[in-house]
Ligand binder design. Structure first.
Ligand code: ATP
Ligand code: MG
Length: 379
């Protein structure tokens, strides 16, 4: 990660010395005049193609709501892992059986994505919606005492634990500038420019992190916005693109690229990095979508009783279930449900995964596809 060759230190904004002596960053309005080299053009084309292909998959996946349901959960897991949340996809899928602060945090993220997408029907992408998203996101989780849904009213800073305003790695703009900067960001979002949408979103994400409008949760909200804007602009029909995995796996470069914008005005290196994140994430999602589609199509075709089919569909929604839970969901009797479970077990579709009663049954191949590229796997 070499720093930009020709530093243009004020291209993205200026560090302004405050009365108290520290320097806070004052970002310039978007967009900068960009220099698009061959590498960026190539990545833009490939990323755009990959996102288009991913969006196209929405129409071939029969169980789209299910797929999105699981993917939103997967995104939540990946995004939370950047912050250090420790829970696996299985934990998220079994929120009834596991309870911890981590899972609440992930559930809030899911809730924010879902509620936010619903609100898009009545609200434009705006400061209002950003604040609402933040309220949903921070509800009941760590940081929830830090004025959720409200822009900060104090100076914050990014740095190692124990750092101060003067020793911080980065000091975002003073609190009195936040509302104006978000309005400017909103104007850029709605502006009629010719900037390709993926590049536009790269600029928005970085600017959002630079403004750091909230006391906490800026990273999580900023990453949520990437997917959100793609749905808002109808590039994606459903929130199938997840970049958090990439950002987690490349966290050092993620931070360095953001800092290189602020320090050296190096927008281009950030955009290139961002486009690579989109490209790889889109390809990964598409691959999982196709694998899940194949698995469901194959397994479903092997099931020949109506109740076993309904049971199977529930396993696609929650890959680990027990007899009593199925009795409730299917409004059926315990022996009937057990017959369906035995039937699916004999087909090798589900397995008994606990010896304690009530026994847990897991649709493992399905879980394998979903967890393959989550971070628990790569440690
Ligand atoms: N050293 C750094 N250099 C540049 N940017 C940073 C650095 N550390 C953090 N950031 C940015 O700030 C975000 C974290 O801000 P904040 O704590 O408000 O959000 P979060 O959602 O709680 O955290 P996280 O992103 O870790 O999940 C990071 O995601 C990144 O965008
Ligand atoms: Mg934080």
């Amino acid at each position: 990660m070499p720093p930009s060759k020709k530093p243009e230190s004020t291209r993205a904004g200026r560090f302004v010395t405050q009365l108290q002596g520290y320097k806070a960053f004052q970002p310039s309005p978007l967009p900068p005049a960009l220099k698009q080299d061959e590498e960026m053009t190539d990545l833009l084309n490939r990323a755009t193609h990959a996102v288009g292909k991913l969006s196209g998959l929405s129409s071939i996946i029969p169980n789209l709501d299910l797929f999105v349901y699981l993917y939103v959960r997967k995104e939540a897991l990946l995004s939370s892992q950047i912050e250090g949340t420790q829970c696996s996809l299985e934990d998220i899928l079994n929120t009834k059986t596991t309870s911890s602060q981590d899972i609440e945090e992930v559930s809030s993220y899911i809730n924010a994505m879902n509620q936010g997408l619903t609100r898009l029907a009545e609200l434009p992408m705006s400061a209002r919606l950003i604040k609402d998203l933040h309220t949903y996101l921070m509800h009941g989780v760590r940081g929830s005492n830090k004025t959720p849904g409200e822009f900060r009213r104090s100076q914050n800073w990014i740095g190692r634990p124990g750092s101060t305003l003067t020793t911080a790695a980065f000091v975002p703009p003073p609190p009195e500038d936040v509302a104006r900067l978000i309005v400017e960001l909103e104007q850029f979002i709605h502006g009629h420019d010719k900037i390709p949408l993926l590049i536009k979103i790269a600029l928005i994400h970085a600017q959002f992190e630079t403004i750091h409008p909230f006391l906490d949760g800026n990273g999580r909200l900023g990453r949520l916005l990437i997917t959100f804007l793609l749905v808002y602009w109808q590039v994606l029909e459903t929130p199938l693109l997840y970049t958090s995995y990439y950002f987690k796996a490349h966290r050092t470069e993620y931070y360095t690229r953001l800092m290189d914008i602020r320090l050296h005005g190096n927008w281009e290196a950030w955009i290139t990095f961002f486009l690579r994140a989109v490209l790889e994430s889109a390809e990964m999602s598409a691959q999982s979508a196709i694998e899940i589609h194949k698995l469901i199509t194959t397994d479903r075709a092997r099931i020949h009783t109506p109740l076993a089919l309904r049971t199977y569909d529930l396993f696609c929604r929650e890959p680990t279930l027990t007899n009593p839970i199925l009795v409730m969901k299917l409004k059926s009797s315990k022996p009937t449900v057990q017959r369906a479970l035995n039937y699916l077990q004999n087909l090798g579709i589900i397995q008994k995964t606990s010896t304690k009663r009530p026994h847990r049954y897991t649709y493992q191949p399905y879980l394998d596809v979903l967890t393959r590229d989550t971070l628990t796997q790569i440690g």
